[in-house]
Design a protein around this ligand. Structure first.
Ligand SMILES: Nc1ncnc2c1ncn2[C@@H]1O[C@H](COP(=O)(O)OP(=O)(O)OP(=O)(O)O)[C@@H](O)[C@H]1O
Length: 288
């Protein structure tokens, strides 16, 4: 559906996006990378807000760099720094964007407010909205034109755990009928939601995979043990510690290791984040 072909974006001497190629199909694609990895830069190019320095972007075979309107008609975009107009109510806000986007169907606004569960707040000014409510209003705005491609940049930053979960469900549902690209540096945000993972590091695509493949690759390689502090200290350098939590004078450790690192260690099911870290350690060992 959306092809990214050897795309480079340069700022001065920096290749913020450095030769990325990807073929995206409907579903939820999690674009993962640390701060500065190039996620927003790539998304802005996909949203036709900026142009690649080189490379091609094709929507169903058509060049959206040369003809951005082809993408804009079919795109919904929620930028990282999305702001609401505090004096407008949720409904007025949508009416304003509907006018800008030429959406005349008034019923659609009501449907969208229901979809994002803001219908009971339709007549409240956005000034009093929580971060999660603002983000949900942002998604409603992005869905006004019923887009085939929805791009959402770091949507859960600043949300509380309940709102994070609600937002994840919403994006997961939306990904059933369209391509949803969600960028984040928090892996747990796209766990159980993304059908594909694109992992960026310093502007480069290091992996395009599925959560299932990542989890399968970590099977039998993540371990846990409850250790005395001195034993925990002695671990450093021998295993890759993924998590360490004090527990009643001891330390509950989760760690990555290709084989059982010591007799007391028990195998555990890795989270997606742990599996990605385990994979990264394994790659680093192969490269070393
Ligand atoms: N307009 C710009 N001018 C100069 N450098 C830029 C510009 N936009 C981004 N960069 C640089 O490009 C690199 C990638 O930035 P980008 O914002 O795409 O990363 P990111 O993965 O989205 O990170 P974050 O989550 O912090 O936004 C960073 O080093 C950033 O400083």
């Amino acid at each position: 559906m959306l092809q990214i072909q050897n795309v480079v974006k340069t700022f001065g001497k920096l290749n913020a996006v450095d030769g990325v190629s990807l073929e995206l199909t409907p579903g939820v694609v999690g674009l993962i990378g640390h701060n500065g990895a190039g996620k927003s830069t790539l998304m802005q190019m996909l949203a036709t807000l900026s142009k690649p320095t080189s490379g091609r972007l094709l929507l169903e075979g058509q060049d959206i760099v040369a003809k951005p309107e082809l993408m804009r008609r079919r795109l919904g975009y929620l930028p990282q720094d999305f702001g609401v107009y505090p004096h407008l109510t949720a409904l007025e806000f949508l009416q304003y964007f509907a006018a800008l986007k030429g959406v005349r169907d008034r019923q659609r606004l009501q449907q969208l407010l229901e979809l994002v569960n803001l219908h009971e707040q339709a007549h409240r000014p956005a000034a009093g909205f929580s971060g999660g409510m603002r983000q949900r209003l942002g998604i409603a705005q992005a869905l006004l034109n019923d887009p085939d491609v929805l791009i959402v940049d770091e949507p859960t930053a600043g949300l509380d755990p309940e709102e994070r979960l609600r937002f994840r469900h919403l994006l997961g549902d939306l990904g059933r009928q369209r391509l949803v690209i969600v960028s984040t540096h928090i892996v747990s945000d796209i766990e159980n939601m993304a059908s594909q993972l694109a992992i960026l590091r310093q502007g480069r695509l290091v992996s395009y995979t599925t959560p299932e493949a990542v989890l399968a690759s970590a099977a039998g390689k993540v371990w846990t043990a409850l250790l005395a502090p001195a034993d925990y200290e002695a671990l450093s350098g021998h295993v890759h510690v993924l998590q360490a939590q004090p527990q009643g004078g001891r330390v509950q450790v989760r760690m990555a290791h290709a084989t059982r690192p010591f007799a007391e260690a028990q195998p555990v099911q890795a989270s997606l984040e742990e599996a990605l870290m385990a994979q990264r350690y394994a790659d680093a060992r192969v490269a070393a």
